[in-house]
Ligand binder design. Structure first.
Ligand code: GUN
Length: 293
């Protein structure tokens, strides 16, 4: 069994980008820029946003935090996004979700220019992904594809079973693995909570992608020998033996499933760190695309 080390892979990707950005600085005297828009005081969002800003700074990318009041009107938010759509210093725009209740997330996502949609959440990006056109892939699914590629895991003709159908992970990863291209070309099944017997599907997986949001949900009896496990879950469970009183676990019962797996991502340190690395990658690509126009 081999551990898929997302922390190490993400830091390799960041190091590669750092070199490319310093080359850009020398040749063009310009660097890619990301603006992160945070509305309100959601504590988890603040933590994520700070991680994104720090990651930009570490690789020499231009970044700005646009911190907005919880009570900002939707119109004001839309006009701020529009100003960044036009601002040549920023090539990527990320609006941290969730937004306060009075703001319609769909309208906000659709107001971001698809050319700067580094989250890959805009319907234009999603549509292009489905029909196999070049576009921004949303960061967590893109991170999974990159892990499989960098670990040389064969995907062609393999049965990928995705558990979960969210717009952020389940649906896009299923579409990515389905594409007729290298690093994909898989047979894909999507299953979810309405399945009468989930293990009927999960037992068939050569590559199992778990994005359910329930701690230790996938158990060893639900998978076959030599399965490749990609665990997207991040669940907090009580742990009196830890200082914090809790610890993070995935959707997969790592201790037992890892005994049957050929490859497995740990939680933490698997898929999680890849998300920000791919956000940086998307911002770099947004810069390249805007500059090549
Ligand atoms: N909130 C939780 N995850 C994400 C993400 O990947 N992008 C954005 N914009 N908001 C999030």
């Amino acid at each position: 069994m081999q551990i898929i080390d997302g922390k190490k892979t993400a830091s390799e990707i960041r190091a590669e980008l750092k070199v490319k950005i310093s080359e850009l600085r020398e040749s063009l005297n310009e660097v890619p820029g990301l603006v992160t828009i945070l509305v309100g005081e959601n504590p988890a969002s603040k933590v994520y946003v700070n991680m994104k800003i720090k990651a930009c700074a570490e690789i020499g990318m231009n970044s700005k935090l646009e911190k907005l009041d919880e009570n900002i009107s939707q119109e004001e938010l839309l006009s701020i996004i529009e100003s960044y759509n036009k601002n040549p210093l920023f090539h990527g725009i990320l609006v941290q979700l969730p937004l306060p209740e009075h703001i319609d997330e769909d309208i906000v996502i659709e107001s971001i220019s698809p050319a700067k949609d580094v989250d890959g959440f805009h319907p234009v990006s999603v549509g292009k992904l489905v029909i196999g056109k070049d576009t921004f892939k949303s960061c967590t699914p893109y991170g999974i594809v990159e892990l499989l590629r960098r670990y040389n895991i064969e995907t062609k003709g393999k049965h990928v079973v995705v558990v979960g159908r969210s717009n952020i992970v389940g649906k896009p990863i299923a579409n990515l693995m389905l594409q007729k291209e290298e690093g994909a070309n898989s047979i894909v099944t999507i299953c979810h909570s309405a399945a009468h017997d989930l293990s009927y599907f999960t037992k068939q997986a050569d590559i199992l992608i778990a994005a359910i949001g329930r701690a230790n949900f996938i158990t060893e009896d639900m998978v076959k020998e030599n399965v490749v496990i990609i665990d997207v879950g991040i669940n907090s469970i009580d742990d009196p033996s830890s200082k914090k009183g809790y610890r993070l676990v995935g959707d997969v019962d790592f201790e037992n499933v890892s005994k049957k797996a050929s490859y497995i991502t740990p939680v933490p340190g698997g898929v999680g760190p890849m998300t920000i690395a791919m956000l940086l990658t998307n911002t770099f690509r947004a810069f390249q695309k805007i500059k090549s126009k």
